[in-house]
Design a protein around this ligand. Structure first.
Ligand code: FAD
Length: 555
């Protein structure tokens, strides 16, 4: 293959244009195969917009063609697809996986495909029933603490924007494997090459079901409403788990992929003496803008069919040095009530595959560290989150509290910030796009003053990068408290916790942040776990043969 590492075309180009430009760049007419490896948007000359492509091209007489090419732009390339280290396991050992979020599901799928017939335990319900539970919560405010936006088949990411980009470096090809599996189970193929791949909730729910069915066909088992409430250890090694406080399931290999909201499970692990530590994360508020305002800022135009709605990423430093940044931006999306505990309210964002809602939203968050949690305890971050969520619940009277930015700013900074010019930009007819019940309320009272000030400083700075970002009518909604896990469950180079045979995995354990990186960590743990089983069974076999050999000899 010849890899073209940069080809630029206007966004409204046709497929023929792509072929013609490629032929021109290679100086040949016989393209046998053309594969888009990467497509990213270049808006530096907006409203003129371009796509930058990386392409893999198969041509006749490749050597001759390559000889004439500009080596800056063209290289000889050989794809090295990801390979799971094991296949065809026929033994009796069945790993147990706690949680069916991306980490648990991808771990389960890789192990099932290799023949290990894993048992996946999920405290929540299957995605079909879960969707009804979430709808009921959003429409009637009836929360099911075990089946909600955080808990249930597919994990936290199921009701999300389904953004699949990750900053995790990947020299083993696990990232690509995750995206390829998403496509295998029903996601659009564009995620394989889009700079910012996303699939949306409607597609993700079906992908999760297809993956579950494939794991079952491969001999795996998935049990819903099966909450692991305790662990059984023997001589420093895991020996089993307890389900729903009653049933004991023997297991020598257990993957702990419980996500960032499994606070009762964190408490159980702490009681069991599993080594863990408090971890930094971020908290803040969701902000909503008219999507057209963001398109205008990013594209220089209010709407471009071919590109869909625009996204943004903004960062700043508050005067006290804390980082303030936009997180989990959802173009054409919704702010959702993502609570999982009665009397505590947390928000997040989601969108459907088309991202065609009228509002854009993201969380504007501020980094917090164990120093902010007010106690030196591994679970102090959970207490910190709960306090903020209780305040949000109280201030919103159980509904999502919403406040206009001008009122928020005055509440935090006093009157020193009124600037009439800006208020003319959006206007009060701009209303929230929310999944769940909401009401206007003094949101500025939720965050501790030092964090609320940092939030305002961030917003003011972002207003200089994106016109109207800090407009008086912008909607501020809270609290965004579950940006990642407040705790890390320590694991060694064997990926074992302080209890051998227990594998902390994914976001909840503190080793991932987002759908793709959680899935990648699931694959990493599957590799390690399968190696451990194979190695142990080989050793057991050798011991048996030695003993048998010796017995026979002695006889
Ligand atoms: C509304 C929302 C939108 C998001 N949007 C995005 C996005 O667009 N892109 C992105 O990359 N990330 C997004 N995220 C974050 C992403 O969902 C998580 O990073 C990812 O799901 C973490 O995967 P995980 O498998 O580690 O944990 P989770 O997905 O949290 O899964 C953990 C699973 O374990 C189960 N569980 C917990 N305790 C137990 C127990 N004791 N016994 C049995 N089962 C248990 C839970 O029910 C859950 O299903 C979003 C999150 C939310 C809530």
């Amino acid at each position: 293959m010849l890899r073209i590492n940069q080809l630029r075309l206007p966004v409204d180009h046709t497929r023929e244009d792509l072929y013609r430009q490629t032929e021109k760049l290679l100086g040949c007419q016989e393209i046998q195969e053309l594969k888009i490896v990467r497509r990213s948007l270049d808006a530096r000359k907006k409203p003129q917009l371009f796509f930058n492509y990386i392409l893999d091209v198969k041509v006749k007489n490749q050597t001759a063609v390559y000889r004439k090419c500009n080596r800056q732009k063209v290289q000889i390339w050989e794809e090295k697809p990801y390979q799971f280290p094991y296949a065809g396991y026929r033994g009796e050992t069945r790993p147990v996986i706690i949680g069916t979020g991306p980490a648990g599901l991808f771990c389960g799928y890789m192990l099932a495909k290799a023949g290990f017939r894993p048992i996946l335990l999920e405290r929540g319900r299957d995605v079909g029933q879960r969707t009804k539970d979430v709808q009921e919560f959003w429409e009637k405010g009836i929360l099911n603490p075990e089946s909600n936006v955080q808990f249930g088949e597919g994990g936290a990411g199921t009701f999300s924007d389904g953004k699949l980009n990750t900053l995790v470096k990947d020299k083993y090809g696990r990232n690509r494997e995750v995206l390829s599996l998403f496509v295998k189970f029903g996601a659009p193929k564009e995620i394989l090459y889009d700079h910012k791949p996303h699939i949306g909730t409607d597609v993700l729910s079906q992908v999760v079901v297809n993956m579950r069915e494939s794991i079952q066909t491969l001999g795996g088992e998935i049990r819903f409403q099966a909450k692991v409430t305790d662990l059984v250890g023997k001589q420093g090694r895991i020996a089993g788990v307890v389900i729903n406080g009653e049933e004991q399931l023997q297991a020598e290999y257990v993957v702990l992929a419980v996500g960032h909201s499994a606070r009762d499970t964190f408490e159980m692990l702490y009681e069991k003496g599993i080594s863990m530590e408090a971890k930094p994360f971020a908290v803040g508020m969701r902000v909503e803008h008219p999507q057209e305002l963001i398109n205008l800022s990013q594209y220089g135009q209010k709407k471009i069919e071919k590109l869909g709605n625009a996204s943004y990423k903004v960062t700043a430093k508050a005067s006290d040095g804390r980082g303030v940044y936009s997180f989990c931006m959802c173009p054409g999306g919704y702010v959702v009530d993502a609570s999982s505990e009665p009397g505590r309210l947390a928000v997040n964002g989601m969108s459907y595959g088309k991202r065609d809602g009228s509002n854009a939203n993201s969380a504007v968050v501020i980094t917090v560290t164990p120093a902010d949690y007010g106690a030196d305890h591994p679970l102090a971050g959970v207490v910190f989150q709960r306090k903020l969520e209780e305040k949000a619940f109280r201030i919103g009277e159980g509904q999502i509290p919403v406040e206009r930015y001008l009122s928020y700013k005055k509440g935090v900074m006093g009157g020193e910030y009124a600037d009439p010019e800006k208020s003319l930009y959006i206007g009060e007819e701009f209303v929230p796009s929310v999944k769940g019940k909401w009401r206007y309320a003094p949101v500025h009272e939720i965050l501790p003053p030092v964090l609320a000030r940092a939030f305002v400083e961030g917003m003011e700075s972002f207003g200089r990068a994106v016109r109207g970002f800090n407009d008086d009518s912008v909607l501020v909604e809270g609290i965004e408290s579950r940006t990642s896990s407040p705790v890390r469950i320590l694991r060694d180079e064997e990926l074992w916790s302080s209890l051998k045979g227990l594998y902390p995995c994914g976001e909840g354990a503190g080793y991932a942040g987002g759908i793709t990186s959680a899935a990648m960590d699931g694959i990493l743990v599957a590799e390690k776990l399968s190696a451990h089983i194979i190695k142990k069974e080989k050793a057991d076999q050798n011991t048996k043969e030695t003993v048998y050999g010796k017995e026979r000899f002695d006889r």
